[in-house]
Ligand binder design. Structure first.
Ligand SMILES: [Zn+2]
Length: 145
């Protein structure tokens, strides 16, 4: 399993999560593609979600079988890894959030949905200083649409 290290780098008055190259210590800037080629050592970075392919396939299998509760439990585990304070795979984290919300709705899993929303509040508080505006600004740099 390949995970990237992320570092908290002070930028202006708040903290932003930066992703490091898997090969060297280059820290990707906001205008650089953290899933592209490292500008320093030219290593192609692993695709988003490539470290969790098996888990993701299993989760969609569970969903297709109507096993929503099991799918949510597995997706939550991968989400914890994708949003770890020392590693980051934000596109995967957002796609997992969609999977979890969809399965919670399909399975009527109210309690699990609440736990999931609570986890995101904690992630935002931990990594963005708890300010939803800062989270929004950060996400816009990652998802320009
Ligand atoms: Zn590099």
């Amino acid at each position: 399993m390949i995970l990237r290290r992320i570092q908290e780098v002070p930028l202006q008055e708040y903290l932003v999560i930066h992703v490091e190259c898997v090969q060297c210590n280059h820290i990707f800037g906001d205008d650089e593609d953290e899933f592209g080629i490292c500008p320093q050592c030219e290593t192609q970075q692993p695709e988003s979600g490539s470290w969790a392919k098996e888990e993701l396939a299993h989760i969609s299998h569970l969903e297709s079988q109507g096993m929503h509760e099991e799918a949510v439990a597995d997706a939550m585990e991968v989400l914890h890894m994708a949003t770890d304070i020392h590693y980051g795979d934000w596109p995967l984290a957002h796609s997992l959030a969609e999977t979890i919300r969809r399965n919670c709705e399909a399975g009527g899993l109210v309690e699990q949905l609440q736990r999931h929303e609570l986890l995101w509040k904690r992630i935002e508080a931990m990594e963005m200083g708890g300010d939803p505006d800062k989270v929004g600004r950060y996400e816009r740099t990652r998802n320009p649409d």
